[in-house]
Design a protein around this ligand. Structure first.
Ligand SMILES: [Zn+2]
Length: 269
């Protein structure tokens, strides 16, 4: 099989798996919701999906096609620091270092006001479900992609490693945000290694102590290591979102895109 045919096949399999996981979790949310009776659920999902489409388009434009066209660039291996190391070591480093950088970037998104104004689009979602995982501001996504590209270039790791990483990370992120009452026996053992849905939901509770905790994306040990781990408080009801950004002004597609500008004026955010 020619290389181009193989990459096209991989591209279809990749996007098929992502769409399939999204649909599977949507159905699971129907069967075992954590918070029952979510109002306007269909509109909520459609808005977040529409936001995702325009975010990908805008972010892709900002980073010069590196987001959408990545499948055709998978074979690129930039020469860098780790290029001489065996492939298995490179793969482990890619998973660990890129996850640490995601943790650090997420902490920065909460610490710097102008970054927080962009990241608040993700946190202003009052009803967490699988679609919340793809609700981000385009500038945040563009910065994230650019940062990862720079790291891959510096480390000299082949770009297909990022595709392999997101093959696991994206479904995990969808599961973390899904409105599903997962059985506790799934959560408990996994939490020692991975950021589980219950652990990530703590991060979306609008109390300062809760929001400024559990920044990890894949591995839970970064939060334990750097003192930002917070266990779920059973006394806290599963309420999410940001008090100041709950209104319709911040929930429509245009509203989400304009949130950083509009929220700038809110001194309390
Ligand atoms: Zn956050």
């Amino acid at each position: 099989m020619a290389m181009n045919d193989m990459l096209s096949l991989l591209r279809v399999a990749y996007y098929g798996l992502m769409a399939g996981t999204f649909a599977f979790l949507l159905l699971w949310e129907d069967g075992a919701p954590l918070v029952a009776g979510m109002p306007s659920r269909r509109r909520h999902v459609l808005r977040n999906l529409a936001m995702f489409v325009c975010v990908v388009a805008v972010a892709d434009g900002l980073v010069g096609g590196w987001l959408l066209d990545i499948p055709s660039r998978l074979t690129i291996t930039p020469p860098g620091l780790l290029t001489p190391l065996p492939l298995a070591i490179q793969l482990i480093v890619a998973f660990v270092v890129m996850d640490l950088s995601t943790y650090a970037f997420h902490r920065l998104l909460h610490a710097q006001r102008w970054l927080w104004l962009m990241h608040s689009v993700h946190h202003s979602d009052a009803y967490l479900d699988v679609s919340s995982s793809i609700r981000h501001h385009p500038v945040e996504v563009a910065l994230d992609v650019a940062l990862k590209l720079v790291l891959y270039l510096l480390l000299g790791l082949p770009l297909w490693m990022e595709a392999a990483r997101t093959l696991l990370i994206n479904p995990l992120s969808m599961a973390q945000h899904a409105n599903i009452a997962y059985p506790p026996w799934i959560e408990r053992p996994l939490r020692w290694l991975l950021v589980t849905p219950q652990m990530h939901r703590v991060h979306h509770i609008p109390n300062e102590a809760e929001t400024n905790s559990n920044f990890g994306q894949c591995f839970s040990f970064w939060d334990r290591m750097f003192g930002t781990y917070r266990a779920a408080d059973p006394a806290l009801p599963p309420r999410f979102g940001l008090a100041n950004l709950g209104g319709e002004t911040f929930q429509s597609i245009a509203g989400m895109l304009l949130t950083p500008v509009r929220a700038w004026r809110l001194r309390t955010l």
